[in-house]
Design a protein around this ligand. Structure first.
Ligand code: ACO
Length: 323
């Protein structure tokens, strides 16, 4: 089997920043409540004409530039998103022309909500391990602002828009050491956007096509599940608490992230946190956080990174990476 290594990272955030104070004018909330319960102070919101593909394109270009690679160097493109441009073709297919990739590359989208990036990374890693691709661009991109009910204070304060990308490639030494994916749909109703092409499409105008979440119950499942996931990842790699250099968690809530860092035996300065400035950007949050910590010099080559996510489905997953 081949190995896959993480070659580069990239990201993009829409220009517009929405502070918590702006939300105070929309719903019965306060900056203090949002900060205390979630750690979020602001989030980026896509311009009305900006699509998921627009954000993904910029993140991809940033990862390609960081790697010094051109369009002909990419064999595979996977986009994790819950807010694609259209039903089909996939957002990934739409990016082929925008990025001027070769005709014939592998390209598809992955839907696993907030765990989407970890799912996409795992899939691309397996393609590289089995020789199906030599180099893959893996993107998480979301315009969650489009599926928020801006009159529901329990959800609209949580999310933001953005995109992150990584390039992984075949290498002689292992970079992606292990990946762990899981799902269980039994509690689907706790967190969903309850419409789709074959269910409730006509209700779209009625405002039902928006994120619905029983946050408190999701919170409890998330903390418990991520604790077990961290233990599973450490055990699979014969590691003990404290052995990981960086936790790069899905950025849903600072309290969930902190609980996971504690489970890992990591001091909080070893947890990459962008939730304060980005909010929850769903599938984009991990590659966005990763790119920020790589670019500001915190994450160094050779260090051990644990990426983990929990999201609607429920879905959850992790990746242990020697960067
Ligand atoms: N401002 C002020 N008050 C609020 C707000 C708000 N924005 N939202 C809710 N409240 C109120 C509630 O109505 C409730 O009031 P009550 O006590 O009078 O009934 C009170 O605050 C407490 O509400 P809880 O829901 O218990 O608050 P909690 O501390 O659990 O925080 C939160 C809510 C932030 C949503 C938290 O539960 C959370 O982060 N959940 C997990 C989210 C997550 O991880 N999702 C998975 C990934 S997302 C994806 O996959 C798409």
């Amino acid at each position: 089997m081949n190995h896959a290594q993480l070659r580069s990272t990239g990201s993009y955030l829409p220009e517009r920043v929405m502070e918590n104070a702006e939300l105070e004018a929309l719903v019965d909330t306060s900056d203090a409540w949002i900060r205390e319960r979630t750690g979020i102070a602001r989030r980026h919101i896509a311009a009305p004409e900006q699509t998921c593909a627009d954000l993904a394109e910029q993140a991809a270009l940033s990862a390609m530039a960081a790697a010094g690679l051109g369009p002909n160097d990419i064999d595979m493109l996977v986009v994790a998103t819950s807010t694609p441009n259209q039903v089909f073709p996939s957002t990934a297919c739409g990016l082929i022309e925008r990025l001027n990739l070769r005709s014939g590359v592998i390209a598809f989208d992955v839907a696993a909500a907030c765990s989407g990036f970890v799912y996409a990374l795992d899939i691309a890693n397996r393609f590289i391990q089995t020789g199906g691709a030599g180099r893959a661009l893996v993107i998480g991109a979301e315009v969650f602002s489009r599926i928020l009910d801006w009159s529901d204070r329990s959800t609209c304060v949580l999310f933001g828009d953005g995109a992150g990308a990584v390039i992984i490639e075949s290498a002689s030494e292992p970079g992606i050491l292990s990946t762990h994916l899981h799902a269980d749909g039994r509690q689907e109703s706790l967190l969903n956007v309850p419409w789709g092409v074959s269910q409730g499409y006509e209700a779209l105008e009625g405002g039902r096509g928006k994120v619905s979440m029983r946050g408190n119950e999701v919170f409890r499942v998330a903390v418990r599940t991520l604790g077990a996931l961290v233990d599973e990842t450490l055990a699979a790699n014969n590691l003990k608490r404290g052995d990981v250099d960086w936790l790069v968690p899905h950025q849903a809530n600072i309290r969930i992230m902190t609980a996971t860092a504690r489970q890992l035996g990591l001091p909080l300065e070893r947890m990459v946190s962008t939730v304060e400035n980005h909010g929850n950007t769903s599938a984009a949050s991990i590659p966005l956080a990763l790119d920020h910590a790589v670019r500001d010099g915190r994450i160094q080559r050779g260090e051990l990174l644990l990426l983990e996510a929990f999201g609607a489905g429920f879905t959850w997953g992790s990746a242990l990476i020697r960067y």
